[in-house]
Write a protein that binds this ligand. Structure first.
Ligand code: T6T
Length: 328
């Protein structure tokens, strides 16, 4: 099933060049003059390097930038952690790109480094996550995260018509996306008296911590019927935790995101549904907004992209295109 707030067009074509920069975690430069007129320099700072969600976003950014003759430099911290992301942003600002597309790892800790980018005359677009005060950005683009959380609860509800206890495995408090997903899920749970939430726990983006959370929660509350894992790594660990507890088949797991490993878990039946975002569209929209700002054209303050619910029934058909990429 596909939820879409806006019509999107995604064109994919080969990249001219991809070059790894020594010393930068996940650093790549791509693109060049291919017909566009302005040759803008765009820096993309991921929430974390090596995450297929941000890799797919990078692909969308590179495709769109190439159409515009812009170059893209991509970097990301080794962990989803503002103390690691801040120095990357500081270095990017010093390198004076025309635009910065960034997924801030914390709503408040990344406020000042991003404000410094704007103060340096760089056009900032927030992609995926946002800030407490997003006014430094010309545009914010993200999925309908609250709606995705509510849709995840619906999948658990459908699989468990008699209701029961449910658990949320999130990442860290202060991440706008996962906080919104947990809120959407918890609000939906509160509307159905047959269900009871045992709360939100934080895995710090570590699958092993998510697995520990789940095995401990199932020991404490063996009657948990559903787990909502709020991102890729939470889903990976939750599936492991349920297996370790010997509860496979008795607990419905719905995970946000759809990397190749999550899709395998779906096919194997260790996860029952995935909420696939549209990271490439978030990326290409980000480039369009940045370039509009650079040209002095109007920008959209907020863009919300859709998501697709993937299950065993659609993953080999219409759902296939929603799967994230491991490389561009
Ligand atoms: O779910 C995505 C992203 O939307 C979120 O902000 C952080 O986690 C992911 O990158 C998946 O790992």
């Amino acid at each position: 099933m596909k939820w879409n707030k806006k019509a999107t067009a995604l064109t994919v074509f080969g990249m001219a060049a991809t070059l790894t920069l020594a010393g930068c975690s996940g650093g790549t430069t791509s693109g060049g003059a291919s017909g566009g007129s302005d040759g803008y320099k765009i820096a993309f700072v991921q929430g974390v390097a090596g995450d297929e969600f941000y890799i797919s976003m990078q692909c969308g950014i590179q495709d769109e930038a190439e159409k515009e003759g812009a170059t893209v430099t991509t970097q990301g911290p080794e962990k989803f952690d503002p103390t690691l992301q801040k120095p990357i942003v500081d270095a990017v600002v010093a390198s004076q790109p025309d635009a910065l597309l960034i997924a801030p790892t914390d709503v408040s800790a990344m406020q000042a480094p991003i404000a410094a980018a704007e103060a340096a005359g760089i056009k900032v677009v927030l992609v995926d996550t946002t800030l407490e005060d997003p006014s430094a950005a010309v545009s914010q683009i993200s999925s309908d995260n609250e709606g995705g959380g509510a849709a995840a609860f619906k999948a658990i509800q459908d699989a468990n018509p008699n209701g029961g206890k449910v658990l949320v495995v999130s990442v860290d408090p202060g991440i706008s996306t996962t906080d919104a997903r947990a809120k959407g899920f918890e609000d939906a749970v509160a509307e159905d008296s047959k269900f009871e939430s045992v709360g939100v726990q934080y895995s710090h983006n570590e699958p092993s911590t998510a697995a520990e959370i789940v095995t401990a929660a199932l020991q404490k509350d063996p009657d948990i019927v559903g787990i909502f894992a709020a991102n890729l790594f939470a889903a990976e660990g939750s599936a492991t935790g349920v297996q370790q507890a010997g509860k496979q088949g008795a607990v419905t797991i719905v995970g946000f995101d759809a990397g190749p490993a999550q899709v395998k878990a779906l096919q194997a039946g260790t996860v029952q549904a995935l909420v696939a975002q549209e990271p490439a569209t978030i990326g290409s929209d980000g480039v369009k907004q940045a370039i509009a700002a650079l040209k002095g054209e109007a920008t959209e303050e907020k863009i919300q992209t859709g998501f697709t619910i993937l299950t065993k029934d659609n993953i080999d058909g219409e759902g296939k295109d929603a799967v994230y990429k491991s490389s561009c």
